[in-house]
Design a protein around this ligand. Structure first.
Ligand SMILES: [Zn+2]
Length: 469
């Protein structure tokens, strides 16, 4: 591949040329789901975005180690240091075991990742299975004098880390005045955050562990620092997450990791995807405007049509989701697949320069900070480009699909709704009417007539469906 890959780094606020720290090997960490309830399609946007990054690196011939975590303890309801643990709360509300809830929603998330063609993570790590690593990192921070103890737990002291405000360009002095509602009382600074929370002896938690400081559970942020270090080392290439993580979660990850590991920077490139918004609002469980992938399927949409929908917006822009937009994407996706699958043969002789030109347009879009809308437009353009032979188009679309992940050549579309052709629909309906009137000769005649055009009819309990070829 000729063009360099440029990625927007949230830390420096500009696009930078990507060069892996270790030759030929890219290392990525993505903040994964908190598995106390279903992962909605807004969460899945984060997964598809990280998948496009992964695929862009692989397309360059790099070996990729992609680590994704599962938060199954310690994420509190206010995303801060007060409030209830989301897992514990879900367990209380449903009377189920926290571990069973986590297993159920981890499976739902992994199934939906698969339905959206996200490549499997190379490492999938759970917070509850890495308690020792988290305790070890907190001990290091303690030895370096970056922590203090209060009644509620062990806290990170942000005044010990002067670069604390760098990632999100925070104004800490302003924060000092305004304490967050419901925050822990005796914190020295509102930005200080829990590393280890003590279990309240009066409350029986399902998930708590012994530690050098007493029984309790880890704060939310420490898991990502501990697990990424465990699997990717002290300094790695790319960390991804949603924009909502910039000011707190990722800022805290940087503080504790750079302090504990004595490195700067800990991660070279930070990448953040923006939200999927629903009628102008962020899609969130608390707002009740939730879709999961299965809801889309129930609407008659194909999961990969949702991936196609996501590709229509750049990951750094908010994307509005509404039924019309989803249905339009479904139609667009089916059309592109039908076009791709109608192509056959090998590229014609002398086509190589034209193919190379088309290839450049596509990969330039990918390499320009994963510009999916431009890449998708390039694929649609090629699919219908009659100056290229069908074989050349098929060849290019196969190559593009390694990044798009849309199964353009292999998807099996439910044929009944693949196309709406009024003429054929009319013939099929006429045959149906003939059958109802027991006019078998006419029904057979219509069937044979359609067969001569390469159309087969299958009678199902829901009525006849037709397909080409
Ligand atoms: Zn994280």
């Amino acid at each position: 591949m000729t063009t360099e890959l440029r990625l927007f780094n949230s830390r420096t606020r500009r696009k930078e040329r990507f060069e892996p720290l270790e030759a030929g090997h890219a290392r990525i960490y993505s903040c994964g789901p908190t598995v106390y309830s279903a992962q909605h399609i807004g969460n899945m946007r984060a997964n598809v975005f990280a998948d496009l990054l992964n695929r862009a690196l692989r397309a360059r011939g790099l070996r990729v180690t992609h680590v994704i975590n599962v938060t199954d303890v310690g994420h509190l309801t206010d995303d801060g240091d007060a409030g209830d643990d989301k897992m514990e709360l879900a367990a209380q509300k449903t009377g189920r075991r926290a571990g069973d809830i986590a297993a159920e929603f981890t499976k739902q998330w992994l199934d939906d990742r698969e339905r959206l063609n996200c490549l499997p993570p190379d490492v999938l790590c759970k917070a509850t299975e890495h308690i020792a690593e988290q305790i070890a990192m907190i001990e290091t921070l303690e030895a370096k004098g970056a922590t203090y103890r209060i009644a509620d737990g062990i806290y990170f002291d942000v005044s010990k880390f002067p670069r604390y405000t760098a990632l999100a360009r925070l104004d800490l002095e302003q924060q000092q005045g305004g304490k967050r509602i419901g925050d822990v009382d005796d914190k020295r600074h509102p930005a200080d955050f829990a590393l280890w929370k003590f279990a309240d002896p009066a409350v029986r938690r399902q998930q708590e562990w012994d530690s050098p400081w007493g029984r309790g559970f880890p704060g939310w942020h420490i898991e990502c620092s501990a697990m990424s270090t465990r699997y990717l080392g002290d300094h790695f290439d790319i960390h991804t997450g949603g924009v909502e993580h910039l000011t707190v979660h990722h800022t805290n990850e940087i503080a504790q990791s750079e302090m504990a590991l004595g490195v700067e920077p800990w991660v070279n490139i930070w990448m953040h995807q923006d939200w999927l918004v629903f009628g102008g609002e962020k899609m969130a469980k608390s707002k009740g405007n939730i879709y999961v992938v299965q809801d889309l399927v129930d609407m008659g949409l194909l999961p990969l049509a949702f991936r196609y929908f996501l590709l229509q917006a750049h990951y750094r822009k908010q994307q509005n989701v509404a039924d019309e937009g989803l249905r339009a994407a479904d139609t667009g996706y089916r059309r592109l697949v039908a076009q791709a699958q109608s192509l056959a043969g090998e590229p014609a002789e002398g086509e190589a320069p034209a193919m190379e030109a088309a290839r450049t347009v596509f990969w330039d879009a990918v390499n320009d900070d994963l510009n999916a809308p431009r890449a998708l437009a390039a694929a649609s353009q090629v699919a219908g480009d009659e100056t290229l032979s069908p074989g050349a188009r098929r060849h290019l679309l196969t190559e593009y699909d390694r990044w798009l992940g849309l199964d353009l050549l292999t998807a099996e579309l439910p044929q009944a709704i693949q196309e709406a052709d009024p003429r054929i629909d009319g013939r099929v309906a006429a045959r149906q009417a003939a059958r109802a009137a027991k006019d078998w000769a006419e029904a057979d005649r219509l069937r044979d007539e359609l067969a001569a055009e390469g159309i087969t009819i299958e009678d199902t309990p829901d009525g006849p469906i037709w397909r080409r070829g």
